[in-house]
Design a protein around this ligand. Structure first.
Ligand code: SF4
Ligand code: SF4
Length: 448
């Protein structure tokens, strides 16, 4: 019966998971219809940006779909995006080792600079951040890579606590850079705690953003927000709206974090990964997860997981106060899909679908920028950070990057979770299956 229904819906669980994997792991980057193999594709349709929103007190009208450029290395992709009407570009000093900024520079030097809003970021935990001169020197290199005289917004990258938003060297440098006309506004990004330092929990995203809004010097924020963590996001949006702070978003698509479970499990078995009783029991638990995926696919007659992804993006675009969703655009296909969503709102059965997704598959997604469960772990495992690294691996296809990050964790990792008594079991308000996800994450992030 299930197979019959799947035939009708046009997709089986395995395909759904496979599609998810292809879509989110960036198979398009390596596929034949994209720019990264050097073949600029002619698109059959030409969607354009339909909605521009005023970015808070900056007064700049930005496209509701922004260009998240962390992986950008191919100029043609950005050129087409600008042609389609995208005018908000989000980059950072170290994205793709500076190649993101260099690529943007190659494109914007031939464009009407005033029509584009560019945000770049500096990570103030890096060594050269102590003095105003350090900050200005690093920012000057950003300008050189971007081949422009100014950026519209300079952000503190992943502002990690309320102290960092007062960073004296950053603010002194920003004041001078503004006076020199090299930046127009400042902002910050935050996607939650990075890891515990000396056993101390880091500050949750909302506290950092609230402090920045109260500080009064920050004009724009970039935060993690999606339909699975609406409550936290709604509070932040409201706070920012009160002070007319511009709001841009990342991590808007939480769909398919579970996409590689089957593959991971099979890979682990082949690699002779743990065969303890506890571990084998956990593998059985994953079957429950996959059944939930089956139910979801059949109920909504899904042909591709893009339907859920698109609803997820429409959800954030429908939220009052959101100005631009910075989506990671790595292929022409993604560009086409995302631009077509401009001006769209969540409607009809989309609401129901997202609610059911949350009910059935929400327990398999660790919310970004959370960490509420972490005090329950006696070994101070940085649960939220490890889940995020796993998200990079599973959902974004950044395999080597996430494995490197995991190996470099300064304290405990999830190695002991597989055999632990599970003290964290009931500590997640969203019902996330912490232990089994951590056990899987550890195996995924350490497989050679
Ligand atoms: S498991 Fe739950 S409580 Fe823990 S960080 Fe993730 S979402 Fe938050
Ligand atoms: S399973 Fe045990 S070691 Fe792992 S996070 Fe939970 S309490 Fe900590």
């Amino acid at each position: 019966m299930m197979k019959e229904n799947q035939k009708k819906s046009g997709i089986c669980r395995r395909d759904f998971i496979g599609n998810s994997l292809a879509a989110v792991a960036g198979l398009g980057i390596r596929g034949k219809n994209n720019l990264c193999n050097g073949k600029a594709r002619t698109l059959s349709r030409e969607p354009r940006i339909k909605e521009y929103r005023t970015l808070g007190r900056t007064g700049f009208k930005v496209s509701d779909i922004g260009f998240g450029a962390s992986f950008l290395t191919v100029p043609e992709l950005l050129k087409v995006a600008l042609d389609r009407g995208i005018n908000y570009i989000d980059t950072g000093e170290h994205y793709s080792n500076g190649q993101s900024e260099r690529t943007i520079g190659q494109v914007i030097r031939n464009q009407d600079r005033k029509s584009i809003f560019i945000t770049t970021k500096l990570n103030l935990t890096f060594a050269q951040s102590r003095t105003k001169e350090n900050v200005k020197q690093r920012f000057q290199k950003c300008l050189e890579r971007l081949q422009t005289d100014y950026v519209d917004c300079l952000m503190i990258h992943m502002a990690r606590d309320t102290e960092q938003i007062k960073h004296p060297a950053f603010h002194e440098a920003a004041r001078e850079l503004k006076a020199e006309g090299r930046i127009r506004y400042i902002g910050l990004s935050n996607h939650g705690p990075e890891f515990r330092i000396y056993g101390r929990l880091q500050v949750p995203m909302e506290q950092v953003v609230y402090a920045a809004v109260e500080d009064g010097r920050f004009d724009v924020v970039l935060i993690a927000y999606n339909f699975l963590q609406r409550k936290q996001g709604e509070k932040i949006l409201k706070k920012c709206q009160e002070k007319n702070v511009g709001i841009t978003l990342m991590k808007t698509d939480p769909v398919n974090v579970y996409s590689r479970v089957l593959e991971s499990v099979e890979k682990e078995k082949k690699a002779g990964a743990p065969t303890s009783e506890e571990y084998m029991k956990r593998l059985e638990d994953y079957a429950t997860w996959l059944k939930a995926a089956d139910k979801f696919i059949m109920t909504y007659g899904l042909k591709t997981n893009e339907q859920v992804r698109e609803a997820a993006i429409k959800f954030v675009l429908s939220q009052p106060g959101v100005h631009s969703a910075c989506l990671s655009i790595t292929t022409f296909e993604k560009l086409e899909t995302f631009v077509a969503l401009s001006g769209e709102k969540l409607r009809g059965r989309d609401h129901e679908m997202l609610e059911d997704y949350e009910g059935w598959l929400g327990p398999y997604y660790c919310r970004h920028a959370c960490g509420l469960c972490e005090p329950a772990c006696p070994d101070t495992v940085p649960i939220n950070t490890i889940m995020r690294y796993n998200h990079y691996f599973q959902a974004q296809g950044r395999e080597k990057y996430s494995m490197r990050k995991y190996a470099a964790l300064p304290g405990a990792d999830a190695g002991q979770c597989n055999t632990c008594a599970g003290y964290c079991k009931h500590s997640c308000p969203y019902g996330v299956h912490i232990q089994k996800l951590l056990a899987l994450a550890h195996n995924t992030l350490t497989l050679a």
